[in-house]
Design a protein around this ligand. Structure first.
Ligand code: NAD
Ligand code: GLY
Length: 366
């Protein structure tokens, strides 16, 4: 390992995720050039790597990532696909599996997801299922993937009926999070990540929320690290999402419905922002949260250029929610922001959903 790479790895912040099989998240500048070292040390015995990236990220960072993997002694193949949620499909998944067989990846080998949440979810699902499971490494390049999707082992692709309807729990072997990659993010994509980061503050840490409440914080790396710590702790306590991990879905029930109803014209992070604002207003109207919650959440989201008004009526949202996989029999678990830094899970009968959401949607909806 050359001196620069070893210094990059040494100075990166390291957070261990205490999942059933623990792994390290490294956070720091320049880590793409250390991706090979991180991958080889987390995946001993791997000889081949499949580097997966969408076309945008491949053009920006693919060559550096591939060079780093090669220098670490791995034989590298590459798979690239058109960027965007529209590629998180069974069709792209099948193309990736075919690429893995063509490259003769064995069970000892490794997939590397270089990109945002779409790339991480797709690559992770291929890794979970190819040859009944191979190792993979996450190299997130969006803020959203950094603070949320690269950690915790939820992998999936979408079906026409809804998001993430086919998937698996499969933890990465390591996460190498190069904070320099945020420099090339378009403003809207950066804002998507701010929505998930603000969500993490609302769920578990008022100080984190305050750090994020005025837009991009000066101490962005610390905020990212704090989000990873909070998510890691939730994953440690409920890796399989049978209880408290559902807190991470704050804003997602309405958010996924808004994504579906907009035919994915509204991005995931923007939809989560709308969902959080709706839930805060609805919770306030139902007397379920502190008085300051809606205004503080709305102000924080607006400071990051995120939407807070919902363009859909409550009954349209409720219909889309009924399709969602989080539906259980005749009720649904809603995440209620009781105060900033603390949320609660509240099972809600489906027939009470429209009434509850109406107060949160307000009068501006279509
Ligand atoms: P994304 O992966 O589509 O990336 C957004 C856009 O940013 C893409 O066009 C991509 O090409 C571009 N991009 C990525 N990195 C870049 C960079 N450094 N510079 C310039 N452009 C860059 O979307 P996303 O917002 O990262 O992730 C959303 C997805 O994540 C959704 O599918 C969502 O369901 C999923 N998700 C999963 C989890 C989980 O726990 N698995 C959690 C949250 C979200
Ligand atoms: N993003 C939700 C979860 O990881 O559970």
């Amino acid at each position: 390992m050359n001196d620069r790479i070893s210094e990059t790895v040494r100075t990166a912040k390291k957070i261990t995720i205490a999942a059933g099989r623990p792994y390290d998240v490294r956070i720091g500048a320049g880590l793409i050039d250390a991706l090979g070292v991180v991958t080889a040390s987390a995946c001993p015995g791997a000889a081949r790597a499949m580097l997966v990236a969408d076309d945008t990220v491949d053009a920006l960072y693919g060559d550096r990532a591939a060079a780093s993997l090669c220098t670490a002694g791995l034989s590298v193949s590459r798979f690239s696909f058109p960027h965007g949620e529209g590629s998180k499909t069974l069709s792209t998944y099948a193309q990736l599996l075919n690429a893995l067989t063509e490259a003769q990846l064995s069970r000892a080998d490794v997939l590397v997801a270089l990109g945002g949440g779409v790339t991480g979810d797709l690559t992770g699902f291929a890794a979970a299922t190819y040859l009944r499971g191979v190792r993979f490494v996450q190299a997130p390049t969006t803020l959203l993937a950094a603070v949320d999707s690269s950690v915790g082992g939820k992998t999936a692709v979408d079906l026409p009926a809804g998001k993430n309807l086919v998937g698996a729990f499969h933890q990465p072997s390591a996460v190498a999070l190069d904070t320099d990659t945020f420099a090339t993010l378009p403003d809207d994509t950066f804002a998507d990540g701010m929505a998930e980061a603000i969500k993490t503050g609302v769920i578990g840490d008022e100080a984190l929320f305050d750090l994020l409440a005025h837009g991009r914080p000066a101490a962005l790396d610390s905020a990212v690290a704090r989000c990873v710590e909070i998510k890691g702790e939730i994953v440690r306590l409920d890796e399989r999402d049978t209880g408290m991990r559902q807190l991470l879905n704050l804003g997602h029930t309405v958010g996924h419905a808004a994504e579906l109803l907009s035919d994915f014209g509204i991005s995931h992070g923007h939809a989560v922002a709308i969902g959080m604002a709706v839930m805060a207003r609805a919770a306030r109207a139902a007397g379920l949260c502190a008085a300051d919650v809606p205004a503080r959440i709305e102000a924080a989201l607006r400071s990051s250029g995120l939407p807070v008004d919902c363009p859909f009526h409550a009954d349209a949202l409720a219909k889309a929610i009924v399709q969602d996989k989080k539906r259980k029999a005749d009720s649904i678990v809603l995440v209620i922001p009781e105060r900033i830094g603390h949320c609660a899970l509240r099972p809600t009968p489906l027939d009470a959903l429209v009434g509850f959401l109406t107060a949160g949607v307000g009068g501006a909806a279509l």
